[in-house]
Design a protein. Sequence first.
Lengths: 367, 406
Amino acid sequence: MTAVNGDTDRDRGVRDRLRRRLWSIAEAMASPRRPEDYLDMFHPLRRGADLRGRVVAVRPEAGEAVTVVLRPGAAWRPHVPGQYVRVGLDVDGIRRRRSYSITSPPVTADGTVAITARAVAGGIVSAHLAQRLAPGDLVHLDQACGDFVLPDPAPEKVLFITGGSGITPVIGMLRSGLQRLRDVVLVHSDATRRDVIFGPELRELAAGGRIRLVEHHTERAGRLAMAELRSLVPDLAERETWACGPAGLLDRIESYWTDLESGHRLHTERFRSKLAEPGDGGTVEFTTGGITVDCAGTSSILEAGEASGVLLPSGCRMGICFSCVLPLRDGTVRDLRSGEITRAEPGDGVLVQTCVSAAAGHCQIDN
Amino acid sequence: MTEEHSDPMTVMQRKDVNPIAHLTADDITEIGRRLDAIRAEVIEARGERDAAYIRRVIDVQRKLELGSRIVLFASLFPPAWILGTAGLSVAKILENMEIGHNVMHGQWDWMRDPKIHSTTWEWDNASPAEQWKHAHNELHHTYTNVIGRDNDLGYGIMRVDEDQRWHPIYLAQPLWCFINACFFEFGIAAYDLELGKNLSSKRRRSDPEFKARARQVLRKIGKQALKDYVVHPLLTGPAFLTTMAATATANLVRNLWTNSVILCGHFPEGVETFEKRSIDGETKAEWYLRQMLGSANISGGKAMHIMTGNLSYQIEHHLFPDLPSNRYQEIAPKVRQIFDDYGLNYVTGPLPRQVGSAWGKVFRLSLPNELALKLKRRRPARPVPTPAVLGERRAAYGLTPEPVAV
């Protein structure tokens, strides 16, 4: 047995060496391009390619939302329901990245992944999704991420509180995790009954007795007050809770839960981070390319750089994922969320999150 | 002398006809304002159409290169050799001009596509992108046609202006210039490396920074040679020699073509040069004016413009080096209108005439000035607008109708 295994290992070693040799020949042939630049022209979804997805379908949903069904590249790893994915789209010729909740189950018969987004007023990317994106288009993808997910094993009693498009991560959990959940209450707040994304599907789940659905329509009843929530869900203190929606709703829920001291956990998912009062801004010098840009007190170094065509790493764009971190070589930046000041002396390399930092005077960023 | 130096355009005023004598300071400011407006308009409008354009050019270029290299597997068969060599020559020219040169200028950085970005692009040429960007973007585009500052003016090896001092060695410059054209990519690499200057003294030769950059160039040349003269020919097996000859020919064609285009940009007769001190304290509008007078276009069809990387719109390119190249032909009429409105010479002509004119200068200026000036064809008198006409134009832009003495 050992001998056989040894042979297999050796074979594998030979194969790997051969593959590496062939690849280095391909690299020499393609220079100064990379072999993948040529392969991408013919097979952009192959294993080993940068992760992309091909649009299979674009479906309108209620409440001016849109679901985009994608066939991801071979390297895609199945998501956990509740997670989101960062999508890179070329809008008006400019690569823009946004995060969208995944609304399909982790495993689908045809291997596709669906994301759902609601058109934001003035939002160029969500408008592009709804109006311009067509089957056959390629989009750039990252692996799914986010910790707004159900634990394993799932808790006995669960409460979901969602507002508007906040339903999108929750529908993912309901679509694939419902068999693990015994007692589910979903309180959903939206402008009207018609605006509820996935409204008919949720109502069907409720009619079938799988979940208890409480709809709150703000156009008629005003914003959801915590006292009302308490009367709608009298046992809420006994439930592990997941909340996702507009910042105002989440702020109210967070402070209510703090007062409640129920001991049961509250998980929240924000689409935008809370911001502090802005500073005066300043100028940012990017060391690669030697470009200096003005950065208003309200805009992040990432946005200011991108607007001037500087290539910068980015991720969630709300200070969570740390993919945008770059060294601050000199100067001062201000955290857009807390107002906290970070200072670097010349030659330092203080790592700052460019997506939530604004310039405070002149600063130098190593890009 | 002091008086001359206080004036922004000294060299021009020593020319037989000072091309800007009729302009006031306000005129120059207004020219700057109108050019800024053209730039702002393009930046506002650029978008999906432009992105689709460069992606299409890149796609066509890669397929053409791939296709040509495949055809060369049959390069023992003469028609295949010709087809493959022609295709590869065009692919290499596209890669260097419309793609490489323009991407490295940052013309497409606004797309935020890391694959088509000035900081990540490496081109199919002997000079490493990083060194070329410094020599070209920072030095040549800033100090365009300033004698002693812009090394592109003759590349430090040629005399292309009467104000460059003559030396007997320049008698051989037509030959030298032709050799440089054949090996242009290595000429560019040597030039970006400032090889002449850096080899001149032992101190410079042993400077670790120079040595590191020289190693970088040698590595790049090694990779280029490995690809073109070893790996691809070997892959074609029995056709090794014919494939190698094909790639060598494609590189030669690319070198001769790019050299011709570059000569046309700044050397034809009618293009102005500037004295070193004339740019002290230069304003943005004066910089624009220097680019306008120091560059020359090539007229021709669409294919010619693409093959020159739109450097046939050298004037527009020099005014706005970072605007997408496909936009130059769109703004050219507006730019030309400014030349016309202010009685300035928009130097342009078909490729053979411009190449001829540049080479004529190379031959003429290989001689000392006494002889060279005798051979100089008198510039045809340009109709400078009459004071009345200029006054009307000034009034139209809300300026004083009379030129104010500068």
